[in-house]
Ligand binder design. Sequence first.
Ligand code: GLV
Ligand code: MN
Ligand code: MN
Length: 411
Amino acid sequence: MKVKASIKRIENDLQNLRQFGKTEQNGVTRLPFTAEDKAARDYLTQAMQAAGMQVHVDGASNVVGHLEGAKPELPILMIGSHYDTVINGGAYDGILGVVCALEAVRALQECGIKPQRSVDIIAFNDEEGTRFHRGFSGSLAMIGQLTEADLNNDKDRNGISQAELMLQHGFDPHQITSAKRQAEELFAYLELHIEQGPVLAQLGLDIGVVTAIVGTTRYFVEITGQADHAGTTPMTMRKDALAAAAAVIAKVPAYAGLADPNGVATVGFMKVEPCAVNVVPAKVTFSLDIRSQKAEAVPVVAARILQDVKQVCGDELSYQVTMAMSEEPVAMDAGLQDVIEQAAKENGYTARRMVSGAGHDAQIVARICPVAMIFVPSQGGRSHCAVEYTSPEAIAKGAQVLLDTVIQLTK
Ligand code: GLV
Ligand code: MN
Ligand code: MN
């Protein structure tokens, strides 16, 4: 008998979870260590328990459910994604992979199928890096590569460190290493996710089998000039940090493809100080996010932009550049890609191999075990915004492929 994933249960979870951080624009803002993220964590804990799993929240605030297999000595199959969002993001990015993982376990339980190897669900926190800018802190902690010093160093826009916020929310930063899982424990990690781009929707395809995740390097550039009166200071006497930043930023789109035609570069964050209508800007801090599937392309683009920063600042302004993160492109496991593609085929779904332009926890987990990803289409290719949408029909297909892949890997 075919074990079927229930789209009804998935949609119910999605509808419930989108309430935690719902915005006026019908988007979701669920940043780490807020009341909304606690509510989502509690919901997921209860849902995993109701699915018959042993559940704990680890030292990094990831929710982890364990379904014991018939042979618990075998390495575990881990499935999941993240439960945080960007600011006014969508109701699918991350959380869909968690909910589909939950549904896979529920479907197995409903049919009385006991997997041979144990299955863990993981709902990572802080994949986006929206609050502390590092990103992937939940998965980095899970592989043992997030230190207490990182938690002290990483601050939100109010200058509050992640460590301080963790303490306020009942997590002990000294215990961050308790989230670590050993490589030997894990057989593989699977993550279902919305594509977040236009490829599948434009081609009318059901499933994306991810071959690799692009490399990303993220900087913060701080340009310092001088605050002066906006009415009395002649244009020749100004040290306008924002005018300098604007001159640099205007050229970023043109440089993105310097070493890879598919390369992308984004300035998405900016802080202007003192940020007043009648004061020449004294200081500007902006982010620079550069991505490419070619490892060698990102440094080329970065060097060109940072050369412009130097030139534009000249002797009049000063600048400082800090690298916030740098991840090389990561390949997905070839064998797992085949299993996913086969599952899609057996269901009569159309599938295509593709590169992910978005970052995912899978690229971090890949450092300790084989990983693979299943993409479902994003309507209009829209994501990281309130209108993000994937239809129940499209989700049902992805959930079924995930479930069938889990069955295949645990028998
Ligand atoms: C996460 O969604 C990222 O790609 O930045
Ligand atoms: Mn995501
Ligand atoms: Mn995202």
